[in-house]
Write a protein that binds this ligand. Sequence first.
Ligand SMILES: Nc1ncnc2c1ncn2[C@@H]1O[C@H](COP(=O)(O)OP(=O)(O)OP(=O)(O)O)[C@@H](O)[C@H]1O
Ligand SMILES: [Mg+2]
Length: 271
Amino acid sequence: MARSGGRDLRTSVTLNPPAHPEELPAGPLGIEVLGVRHLYDGVPILDGVTFDVQPMESVAIVGPTGVGKSTLAQLLVRLADPEQGKVLVAGVDVRDADPAALRRDVSIVFQESFLFATTVRENIALDADAAEADVVRSAMIASADRFIRELPQGYDTVVGERGYTLSGGQRQRVALARALVRAPRVLILDDATSSVDPTIEADILAALRRELSTTLIVVAYRLSTIRLADRVIFLEDGVVKATGPHEDLLAREPGYAAIIHAYERSERGER
Ligand SMILES: Nc1ncnc2c1ncn2[C@@H]1O[C@H](COP(=O)(O)OP(=O)(O)OP(=O)(O)O)[C@@H](O)[C@H]1O
Ligand SMILES: [Mg+2]
């Protein structure tokens, strides 16, 4: 399936730091999106998007290509600010949240992540001074530990430029482990496991839910992924067209059913 992807809000906006940064409260975090409108070049992409995600809930965001799923995901972590409306994390407007707290607690993983020309261990630990046990545990949840151990020097194998070349799915799993090592309280996956084999992807999502006390938001393109979520948020024409359990939406939302059937066909290898 063709996806627009690629373009990144991070380079295109300057965000005002909060005058009085607020800390996020302890415990699992919920998210509220209230009347969010976002434009590119004067054209509204999202226009009145409202939904919430409960602490510890796991939701799948589903919608046609170009509808604004990645844009929405990036607004949740304040890589950009919406034109109108707001995003609250545990009741705190992300524009008022302490940026360091937000970065630590609300983590996003994209389809493509940069790997540094250093060891796998350092790529996972990054600037967090993560203990070895946390690096390994994160890699295990990301279904990466086994293949990492099979690399020429295991966790000490140098990857990236001039290093060992990992496959797309392996890179994605290292990037996921990197996000997990910081123990985020909200984890957003935007197509972050698309190159991973579907059965491994299902293992990863099950492990995330079992091992972490994390609110999980997955931009989902596979039926197997969608089924693992507590609830689906279906975006169409710039708004949340419907939300509810997958089976309910399938029965009552023709636009949703059409997308699901297209995913089923592509998973069976048909066009
Ligand atoms: N930085 C940008 N500047 C201008 N237009 C953009 C930018 N980023 C995205 N768009 C456009 O906004 C719309 C929404 O893009 P977005 O990437 O959020 O969609 P998506 O739902 O994630 O799509 P996909 O399923 O293909 O990943 C698309 O029409 C896209 O071309
Ligand atoms: Mg996208």
